[in-house]
Write a protein that binds this ligand. Structure first.
Ligand SMILES: Cc1cc2nc3c(=O)[nH]c(=O)nc-3n(C[C@H](O)[C@H](O)[C@H](O)COP(=O)(O)OP(=O)(O)OC[C@H]3O[C@@H](n4cnc5c(N)ncnc54)[C@H](O)[C@@H]3O)c2cc1C
Length: 548
């Protein structure tokens, strides 16, 4: 529920003066909301600017039919409030977007966060003031505010990416990116609809809308593996079990697991092949979503030989669900291993291609030439549509940060720095040349809420340390940043994750973007250990100083 009038109270200021708070937070998603709470509880004044008209970030923007978690619900919620854990009931094993948006709004209300948040407020610039040790931000409306610290909680997936295809603007029908589904809804009944792209969102969307459309045409550039989610309502008994065991659940989540499912401690290759295959089958038949994989060998995703075997197993599962073998072959990823790209979860995705009103266009066989007034022209023919839904991904991690004109010491541009060197940080949090700026969207592999809490607590501690020692400025050294980048890259190279071409994991889906791992591909405990080493040594790798 948007109450802009109440939210704007937070920027009460005498006319003509620019409000100055301790911390400006950009973004009111999972990370931003927790950050506001943690900072305020520690006694800092906070002001948050959010582009959307509501809170929740991803769960505010992504209202397309079928949008849901691929993380089990019980592992996704915030863990910081026992009261919240007992109050909130997840409706589905993998929460659907409307429920998650409701949850995010509950959090904002329950912890009285709205008075710190300004909605419909897009930050377009942030400039560092070297004399006064503060950041001055500018909104699209021209309004300004100042913060001694600036936290960019702008998300990984908040900047949609639309490729520059010839004629894109000439289409006369309705066209939008899947993450910008019209809030007022759209009636697809009797319409000729295209879904352009088959990433995680498309895989959730396609089965939901296919029965409604007169004709649905799916344009696929490269197939990926998906896991059947087998979502279902949470029974009252299970809800109670979760509530009774949240301590245990979150201990696992903070240890880098998404659920309480323990991997088999054996190495895959130490188990006879027949037993391995039987284990894959058993897990597929009895478990759901990613638990099908997580219960298998601990080294399944890193031993390429075993992973190749598992990839073939999943390919066979796909083939078995599609009636036309030629269509099945188009849907089967043969050139990448399982998990080389983020693996989405699905419900009846493959069966949808058995419907008479659904057509799969393989863009590797018939590449797109251009968009036209009437639709999409491939090398084979023109396809006509009333509605085109672009599911073309995101400019991940760096995109949402660099679309803000961020200027650090001596007016240097963060975008220019990252354009030249690629993503470059210390601990995934700080950047040399940009004092008192922290980005919170990339550090490690973990469920996002756990990551938001870990990051939020560590950064709040850092600010408390600065305050109690009288420091007003903290900046990563270039030397420490270079060492971190090297380590960050080495960790990524050791994973199968990111091997695939055109993957968002290395930013390769964006033409011209320097290819480096967009995430620190280690688990939350490994990343936290590094962070704690740094803070334990008086913020080694950072320069701390006092304004003169
Ligand atoms: C469809 C989808 C499904 C997902 N499913 C899962 C899942 O199951 N499990 C999981 O762990 N993760 C999932 N994710 C990742 C998801 O983004 C995170 O779980 C989490 O929501 C990230 O929270 P965040 O606060 O870091 O970023 P976001 O939720 O993206 O919030 C960032 C906010 O910053 C705002 N913002 C950005 N730039 C500006 C600006 N310049 N000015 C003002 N405001 C700005 C945006 O409007 C946005 O509201 C999914 C992502 C998508 C897109």
């Amino acid at each position: 529920v948007t109450d802009v009038s109440q939210a704007t109270v937070a920027v009460e200021e005498p006319a003509g003066e620019i409000e100055h708070v301790d911390v400006i937070v950009i973004g009111a998603g999972v990370a931003g909301l927790y950050q506001i709470h943690a900072l305020r509880e520690a006694g800092f004044s906070v002001l948050c600017f959010e582009r959307g008209s509501g809170v929740g970030g991803t769960w505010y923007w992504n209202i397309y039919p079928g949008c849901a978690f691929d993380t089990p619900s019980e592992a996704y919620g915030y863990s910081f409030s026992k009261e919240l854990l007992q109050e909130w009931n997840w409706k589905h094993r993998y929460s659907r977007q409307p429920d998650t948006e409701e949850y995010m709004n509950l959090v904002a209300d329950k912890f009285d966060l709205r008075r710190h948040i300004r909605l419909d407020a897009s930050v377009v610039a942030a400039h560092w003031d070297e004399e006064g040790d503060y950041w001055e931000i500018e909104l699209a409306s021209g309004e300004r505010a100042r913060g001694s610290f600036l936290f960019a909680a702008v998300g990984q997936y908040s900047k949609p990416y639309i490729p520059a295809i010839d004629g894109l603007d000439s289409f006369k029908g309705v066209m939008f990116h899947v993450s910008r589904w019209p809030r007022e809804g759209i009636d697809l009944a009797g319409k000729r609809v295209a879904v352009f792209g088959t990433g995680s969102s498309a895989v959730q969307l396609i089965p939901e809308i296919a029965p409604e459309c007169q004709q649905l045409t799916v344009f696929q550039r490269s197939p990926n593996y998906s896991l059947p989610v087998d979502n279902e309502p949470v029974s009252p008994e299970l809800q109670q079990e979760w509530k009774a065991t949240y301590d245990e659940i979150f201990a696992h989540v903070r240890n880098g697991h998404m659920t309480r499912v323990e991997p088999d401690p054996r190495n895959g290759r130490d188990v006879p092949k027949e037993e391995r295959l039987a284990m894959y089958e058993e897990a597929w038949a009895t478990r759901r979503a990613s638990e099908r994989v997580m219960c298998l060998f601990h080294d399944l995703l890193s031993d390429r030989e075993i992973l190749a075997e598992y990839s073939e197993f999943v390919r066979e599962k796909i083939r078995a669900r599609v009636d036309d073998p030629a269509v099945a072959e188009k849907l089967v990823p043969t050139d990448i291993l399982f998990n080389a790209k983020r693996v989405p979860t699905e419900t009846s995705y493959y069966e949808t291609f058995n419907r008479d009103n659904v057509l799969l266009v393989d863009l590797r066989e018939t590449p797109v030439e251009c968009f036209t007034e009437r639709g999409i022209k491939t090398s084979e023919r023109e396809h006509e549509f009333d509605v085109i839904i672009l599911s073309t991904g995101y400019d991940k991690v760096t995109g949402p940060v660099t679309e803000i004109d961020i200027r650090g010491v001596e007016g240097r541009s963060l975008k220019a720095k990252w354009d030249e060197h690629g993503l470059s940080t210390l601990l995934g949090l700080a950047i040399s040349g940009f004092p008192n700026l922290f980005i919170t969207n990339l550090p490690c592999l973990a469920a996002s809420t756990a990551r938001a809490e870990l990051t939020g607590d560590w950064l709040t501690e850092a600010l408390l340390y600065l305050r109690s020692n009288g420091y007003t400025r903290i900046e990563a050294t270039q030397e420490a940043e270079d060492a971190w980048n090297k380590h960050h890259q080495e960790v990524g190279d050791s994973m199968v994750f990111g091997e695939s071409k055109n993957s968002v994991i290395t930013g390769a889906n964006i033409p011209g973007k320097k290819e480096v791992y967009m995430l620190y591909c280690a688990t939350a405990p490994a990343w936290m250990a590094r962070c704690n080493e740094v803070s334990g040594a008086g913020y080694r790798g950072f320069e701390l100083s006092r304004s003169t």
